[in-house]
Ligand binder design. Structure first.
Ligand SMILES: NC(=O)c1ccc[n+]([C@@H]2O[C@H](COP(=O)([O-])OP(=O)(O)OC[C@H]3O[C@@H](n4cnc5c(N)ncnc54)[C@H](OP(=O)(O)O)[C@@H]3O)[C@@H](O)[C@H]2O)c1
Length: 204
């Protein structure tokens, strides 16, 4: 799987089309389509999550395994599975999960989950790899990850941007990163983090 992908959550219509075409031209080959298209609200009238409690996650996993045996998909995985859910899935699965896409970035490193997945051969895809935008400021404070003074100093030291430092850090810990951007210049900035070298020091 390409280690740098493009997340397109919260984008719509022509905006996504133009962005994906620009991304393909730049060399992106991994697109995370979470949230594309209409998925109805998961809340009921009282504002409480409305989830079908008659179907277990194991049942849904076996349904996905069927898709693999029918040749309709190549790999199956999970999203936002913590260690307990991942351990359970490993226990009941015949086709092992290829990926766990989960939130992780410098402000939310989740070492034990990341290492547990990797130890069991599950690739961790880091969603929200830049620390997210507005939504995450409630959790991590008013300073966004990319404005963090430590990261800004590192960026200055290595002649990179803070986003490039953060994405490179994600790749170095063997996670796949899927930063979202709606801006062409940031598409260019976020992609070449594997090959960038600093004037003073090469990324190793
Ligand atoms: N599975 C899940 O539950 C789940 C949950 C959340 C997200 N995701 C996936 O993960 C993807 C990324 O997550 P995310 O969008 O929440 O957060 P993110 O990628 O960590 O951050 C996106 C924010 O960073 C800005 N940004 C992007 N590149 C930048 C750069 N080089 N310099 C400064 N700012 C930059 C973007 O603004 P601009 O657009 O203005 O550039 C946007 O506000 C989503 O698109 C989605 O595909 C999955």
């Amino acid at each position: 799987m390409p280690v740098v992908g493009l997340g397109v959550w919260r984008m719509e219509g022509k905006e996504i089309r133009d962005l994906v075409i620009n991304a393909l031209n730049l060399g992106y080959r991994h697109f995370d389509c979470a949230g594309v298209g209409r998925t109805g609200s998961a809340l009921d009238e009282d504002g409480v999550l409305e989830i079908d409690t008659t179907i277990s996650l194991e049942t849904t996993w076996h349904a996905r395994e069927e898709l693999v045996s029918m040749g309709l998909v190549r790999s199956i995985g999970n999203s936002n599975y913590d260690i307990c859910l991942t351990r359970d899935c490993l226990a009941y699965s015949k086709v092992k999960p290829a990926v766990n896409q989960t939130e992780t970035h410098p402000y939310f490193q989740r070492e034990s989950l990341v290492k547990f997945c990797q130890k069991h051969g599950i690739c961790v895809t880091a969603h929200t790899p830049l620390g997210g935008a507005v939504a995450n400021s409630e959790w991590f404070g008013s300073v966004s990850c990319l404005d963090d003074p430590v990261l800004k100093n590192l960026a200055e030291k290595y002649k990179k941007t803070a986003a490039q430092v953060v994405l490179r850090w994600g790749i170095k810990r063997n996670t796949v990163v899927i930063p979202k951007t709606s801006k062409l210049e940031r598409l260019k900035e976020n992609f070449p983090v594997l090959t960038l070298s600093s004037p003073k020091r090469t990324w190793t």
